[in-house]
Design a protein around this ligand. Structure first.
Ligand code: ADP
Length: 491
């Protein structure tokens, strides 16, 4: 029996490799940042070759660190920044230009035009996504629109499109595999998430030839082996999932109604909706959670633009605190918000308000208001916005929300997590190992090769750090009532 699973975590700012042992313990981690290119306002690019080179380097590094050999790796699981678009020449294996990153807004006008032509509903119904520059479809179109030569090559089948998972697998297999998994495919605006195939009508609308598209595989099966000439060993690649889906799996949110929320700069919230693909009434996204064997499961996804960023704002703009964790001490020095509500609309308001012009506000100030009340109201605001998203998801999905798993930098804040449990009137569970994205990829890969025998075995490895139960006499009702009255004022 081999000793390790290798997780490749191809993030937005860095390439990472993590080795997990049979007990699910993290044995070694290596990480290397790569360059972000901002060639114009609203444009964000990566160099796909640099992503590959840094990824290869950290794979070798992690094996060295663990003082082991590639032969000891039972399988590789890949998780990646989603939607980022690479187009390369199949004959040379060389990208035709820089990768266009998910954050890139250059195709906004294309999306607007399609909306004006009345195509938005078609995309929602087939792909579960809103027509937005965020996703890969219009990015591919933009690349092909750059020259007649590229268009011609694409038509003739000489070009390949892939998200980062696809690109890395192409490189790891020395160009012999052009594949992607269902979760990544479901972020392209070109994949029919109900029929599980590239959609001709959408491909025609975006002028993307099907010949460019990768073969779509499931998230947990042996889909390729690394090329010995590239890596020095033929290791099965048996797990692939986009980062948020991998985190959902890594947080063991395997049942309908289970949600994970990542508290970073913003919040990424995703709820398992089981075998139902639920269409949101609130412009939240429907997406594929994973496909394991023949079973496809779906999720609904929503995000909050400003979460930890609000704490940064208190630190850098208001200068109430010197470091982010200090907000907890300050907010804990009072027992309530003193009547203060913080509306965190620093960059507009997302679901369920969808008001890009809303601005922030601190309401309810009196002579007695202190910095601690404002800090507490800020933490409440992060939890209130998360609650709103979860409540809307629950309504959309018609499933009973059961538990919230948390991760991300701000999930270390105990007071914030307690407020979240009180507001949701539900348990909030924080795992010991917050490397949930990489763990998800490792679990998917390990299950496929029998490294772990079953999901039950994985359950025994997952450890909670702390469970936050709703407290007996909390003031959640009052906070929510005040919030509901006051958010109307800015919105
Ligand atoms: P990202 O991946 O978006 O960079 P991280 O998961 O690294 O985010 O989390 C960093 C964010 O969390 C920052 O916005 C920071 O202000 C916030 N943060 C970190 N620690 C705490 C804390 N103890 N309490 C509240 N917010 C925190």
């Amino acid at each position: 029996m081999k000793s390790y699973i290798l997780a490749i975590d191809a993030g937005t700012t860095s390439s990472r490799a993590i080795l997990f042992d049979k007990k699910g313990t993290k044995i070694a981690t290596a990480q290397q940042e790569f360059q972000q290119y901002f060639p114009q306002n609203g444009w964000v690019e990566h160099d796909a070759e640099e992503i590959w080179n840094t990824q290869l380097k950290v794979i070798k590094e992690v094996v060295q660190q663990a003082n082991t050999s590639l032969e000891e790796i039972a399988a590789i699981g890949i998780t990646n920044q989603r939607e980022t678009t690479v187009v390369w020449n199949k004959k040379t294996g060389v990208p035709v230009g820089k990768a266009i990153v998910w954050q890139d807004r250059r195709t906004s006008a294309t999306c607007e035009t399609l909306k004006q032509e009345g195509k938005a509903d078609l995309f929602v119904q087939k792909t579960g996504l809103v027509l937005d520059a965020y996703f890969s479809g219009t990015k591919i179109k933009w690349i092909l629109d750059q020259s007649n030569e590229l268009r011609q090559q694409a038509k003739e089948g000489d070009l390949a499109f892939g998200t980062i998972d696809s690109w890395l697998i192409y490189k790891l297999t020395a160009g012999s595999k052009h594949i992607t998994d269902v979760t990544n495919a479901s972020r392209t605006l070109l994949f029919n998430i109900h029929e599980l195939k590239w959609d001709n009508e959408l491909m025609t609308l975006l002028d993307v030839p099907e010949k460019m598209m990768p073969e779509v595989v499931s998230s947990s099966e042996i889909v390729a082996h690394t090329d010995t000439g590239v890596l020095g060993a033929a290791i099965p690649i048996s797990g692939i999932a986009g980062d948020q889906q991998a985190a959902l799996f890594g947080q063991l949110c395997w049942n309908e109604g289970e949600v994970k929320n990542t508290y970073g700069t913003g919040c990424f919230c995703i709820m398992n909706t089981g075998t139902k693909a639920v269409q949101s009434k609130n412009k939240m996204l429907t997406t594929i959670a994973w496909k394991i064997g023949d079973q496809v499961e779906y999720a609904i996804e929503g995000s909050i633009f400003v979460a930890g960023a609000l704490v940064q704002w208190l630190r850098d703009q208001l200068r109430l605190i010197d470091s982010a964790p200090e907000v907890e001490t300050l907010a804990s020095s009072v027992t309530d918000n003193g009547g203060v509500t913080f509306i965190p609309a620093l960059t507009g308001l997302g679901a369920p308000y969808w008001n890009p012009n809303a601005t922030g506000a601190i309401i309810g100030l009196t002579r007695g208001t202190t910095d601690a009340h404002i800090a507490r109201a800020a933490l409440e605001a992060i939890a209130l916005r998360s609650m709103e998203i979860i409540v809307e998801m629950q309504k959309d999905a018609g499933v009973q929300f059961s538990s919230l798993k948390v991760d991300g930098g701000a999930s270390n804040n105990n007071l914030l997590m307690q407020i979240q449990a009180d507001l949701l009137n539900a348990e909030v569970v924080r795992p010991k190992e917050t490397e949930t994205t990489a763990m998800g990829a490792a679990f998917l890969a390990g299950l496929a090769v029998g490294f772990w025998s079953s999901k039950d075995e994985i359950k025994t490895m997952w450890q909670e750090d702390k469970i936050f139960h709703p407290s007996a006499d909390n003031d959640a009702k009052k906070i929510i009532e005040m919030w509901n009255n006051r958010i109307e004022k800015v919105h």
